[in-house]
Design a binder for this molecule. Structure first.
Ligand code: FE2
Length: 231
């Protein structure tokens, strides 16, 4: 496996925080650590010691928000990964550029024994750096160190500024098509199983999917406008 910083799923944006600023953020992380809650509370990964807390440190938030041109929306948290924890290889729909969303990471406490793998490459994220992560690419993390890894993690809509960081080449576009085909197959499989086990839940999920399709292709917006016109 090669070590690289050229990867379509993970991209360094800039070294955003100085050592002094990182020290302040580390102190903040210590002060809110008692509030941390499991990230995967209700699924097969709920046994993992992987937590999040709020991230309300004004100067640090403002610095990230200003750099990326963000507003108050989106998810802005601190993530804690206990020593020895391994997050298996997976894709996420919520932070995928295909869904017009994206994640950002800023390592606050980490070391060389934390192995972050994206799209087959080991990605070395250092303290204070701002990284973009497209979760439609396969990714996994292993904390092989004896310290708790702490990252600031954002998940936000892709705005004009962020769009400039997203690869615009054929390989990435092909990946997006592949991602949607994979998602569609997974959805059909899950709906078929749910339909057999519990038709009511399957119907609710179908409604959610339908609303998403309307939102994605702007049909809901068109219907709303037409409705307003007819009044
Ligand atoms: Fe993930």
């Amino acid at each position: 496996m090669k070590i690289t910083q050229k990867n379509f799923g993970a991209k360094i944006i800039t070294k955003l925080f100085s050592d002094d600023e990182i020290l302040l953020i580390q102190q903040y992380a210590t002060s809110v650590a008692s509030e941390k809650k499991l990230i995967q509370e209700n699924d097969h990964l709920s046994h993992l010691k992987w937590w999040s807390t709020r991230f309300d440190l004004e100067f640090a938030k403002k610095k990230i928000d200003d750099y990326l041109g963000l507003d108050d929306s989106g998810m802005k948290l601190l993530y804690f990964l206990a020593p020895g924890v391994k997050l298996p290889v997976h894709r996420d729909y919520s932070g995928a550029s295909a869904s017009n969303r994206i994640r950002f990471h800023v390592p606050i406490v980490t070391n060389d024994d934390v192995k972050f793998i994206v799209d087959g490459d080991i990605i070395k994220m250092s303290v204070g750096e701002l990284w973009m992560l497209d979760t439609s690419y396969l990714h996994s993390v292993e904390n092989n160190s004896d310290i708790e890894r702490i990252h600031i993690v954002y998940e936000v809509d892709i705005n004009q500024k962020i769009r400039t960081y997203i690869p615009a080449n054929f390989k990435h576009r092909l990946h997006i098509v592949y991602f949607w085909i994979l998602s569609f197959i997974k959805l059909i499989k899950s709906l078929t199983i749910t339909l057999a086990l519990n038709p009511k839940i399957a119907f609710v999920r179908l409604k959610v999917v339908w609303r998403f399709v309307l939102w994605k292709f702007g049909v809901g917006h068109i219907q709303k406008n037409n409705k307003n016109k007819s009044i």
